[in-house]
Design a protein around this ligand. Structure first.
Ligand code: FAD
Length: 469
């Protein structure tokens, strides 16, 4: 049998384990050789699965449920102690968008999640676009209930810090938690880390970024003591396009004027004051700074500056707008929000032209209808291109040419910068997560590479679940 090299990529590579000769093991949980045993001394085997999903955000938790519902034995790895990704770790709201003119564009498990959350009193659906305002704590609870009911094994408080690959096939991922380092083997892996961490560690080629331009990071926070019954907030807190633009224009204009007159304040976006379903409280999205979230020193420093900005803006709001005169920072999000970082170079890259013209691919597996929404990395501006028709996403944007058992979903799929600026929203990420989960289970059931699965069969399953394709 052909000898290929297995490589262990650990954040801090463990000396002596870098290159090992073993037999290939496509779609198999069988790294039971001497070298595998050596690695397990450092990182004992915690579980062997059909599908391992890395990252429990909108893409990841839906992917895990989808794979499990197609009969796969599934694990989900999440570095925080709860699920939801940017919705719960970034206080990003609302979930955008499921519909166009009251017609669902993204259906199936993502919509089932919304309806379940609504039945728990945790979601308010803003028709006609079906932006979803939500209660952050009930979102976490609803996620975990649906994940557990699907029979998925949960590894929370676990950061994925490495992977072991043979050729281009990923054998296992290494996680770090209170137990130390642990190994999880699987036949197929789905990278839903937002930043494409697993793909990056496995040396998957990424989209080029020649201009070194990234959308800025924003640190969202909850302001309480806000007069949410006021006319101003009632106009600004909704995103249905009926009450007016969701960006709070009166506040924006006054802040821009103050800035032009020399009042010292950082750059800001919006502001957006998002409904969290609790009287007196809003989730505020207005801070912004350019950063690279994949560079730890850079991101840590930016987050400290953004935290200062939160309190600077709170003071400004308090002193200049009567609706905010009693407000206070009730909570800052567990982390600053990330709009853009790594994206894989997939078999197909979704381009802005395809996206805006709603090009329908043979292997379309999901949709998107949010505007292309590019926030300037510096300054207060934002470019928006509204879509007339819902766009499509091909299965080929979730896979690479060479890696037989890796799928990605969510923010790190293969798109150009413009298409990402729409597809990054949470309903769209759930849509690609649903497709990736279903595809992973299908690859396992048929012992096929992810590149070889029957996409007509995949689309059939997604439609049965309610996807609008
Ligand atoms: C400021 C801001 C405002 C936004 N506004 C909106 C909006 O109004 N509406 C909307 O729908 N979208 C909005 N978005 C976009 C949206 O929130 C994200 O693009 C979306 O959440 C991406 O989903 P995801 O599942 O790909 O990744 P994420 O939501 O980032 O989830 C990734 C998950 O993986 C986990 N993870 C990452 N790395 C590891 C690792 N190594 N090991 C273990 N776990 C890991 C993370 O903890 C996280 O839970 C906004 C984003 C930002 C930053």
């Amino acid at each position: 049998m052909e000898k290929i090299s297995r490589r262990l990529f650990l954040k801090k590579a463990v000396a002596g384990l870098a290159v090992m000769a073993v037999s290939p093991s496509l779609l198999a949980c069988d790294a039971d050789d001497a070298e595998g045993a050596k690695i397990r001394k450092i990182a004992p085997l915690a579980g062997c699965y059909d599908v391992v999903v890395v990252g429990g955000g909108p893409a990841g938790f839906i992917a895990a449920i989808a794979a499990a519902r197609r009969g796969a034995k599934v694990a989900i790895i999440e570095r925080y102690g709860f699920f939801g990704g940017m919705a719960t770790t970034g206080y990003v709201a609302p979930i955008s968008v499921f519909a166009l003119k009251n017609e669902l564009v993204i259906g199936g498990i993502p919509w089932e999640f919304v309806k379940r959350l609504e039945s728990m009193g945790g979601a308010f659906i803003e028709w006609p676009k079906a932006n979803i305002d939500f209660d952050i704590e009930l979102y976490k609870l609803c996620c975990q209930r649906m994940i557990l009911e699907a029979g998925v094994d949960i590894y929370t408080h676990s950061a994925m810090v490495g992977c072991q690959i043979a050729g281009k096939s990923i054998d296992s991922v290494i996680i770090e938690n209170k137990n130390g380092l642990e190994t999880l083997e699987a036949k197929v892996f789905i990278d839903c880390t937002g930043d494409g961490d697993l793909a990056h560690m496995a040396e998957v080629p990424m989209q080029p970024n020649p201009d070194n331009e990234l959308q800025p990071s924003s640190f969202c926070f909850i302001l309480s003591g806000v007069d949410t019954d006021s006319e101003l907030l009632n106009k600004c807190m909704y995103h249905n396009g009926i009450n007016g633009p969701s960006q709070c224009k009166p506040v924006r204009e006054k802040l821009l004027k103050m800035k032009a007159e020399g009042v010292d304040m950082p750059d800001f976006g919006g502001p957006w004051f998002n409904n969290v379903l609790h009287k007196g409280s809003v989730a505020v999205n207005m801070t912004r700074r350019a950063t690279d979230s994949t560079n730890n020193r850079n991101f840590s420093a930016t987050e400290c500056q953004l935290r200062e900005d939160i309190f600077t803006f709170t003071k400004i709001l308090k002193e200049n707008f009567k609706e905010f005169k009693n407000c206070y920072v009730a909570s800052t999000a567990p982390q600053a929000g990330i709009r853009e970082s790594r994206r894989i170079l997939g078999v197909h890259t979704v381009t802005a032209d395809e996206y805006v013209s709603a090009f329908k691919y043979e292997d379309s597996i999901s949709r998107g209808i949010h505007p292309i929404d590019i926030h300037a990395s510096k300054g207060t501006n934002q470019v928006r291109i509204d879509l007339n028709k819902p766009a499509y996403v091909p299965y080929r944007a979730l896979i690479t040419k060479e890696y037989p058992n890796l799928l990605v979903a969510g923010r790190c799929i293969s798109t150009d910068r413009q298409a990402l600026a729409s597809l990054r929203v949470m309903a769209s990420c759930m849509g690609t997560g649903q497709a990736a989960g279903a595809a992973a289970a299908q690859a396992v059931a048929n012992n096929q590479k992810v590149q070889d699965i029957d996409t007509a069969q995949l689309v059939g399953v997604l439609k049965e679940w309610g996807a609008v394709l």
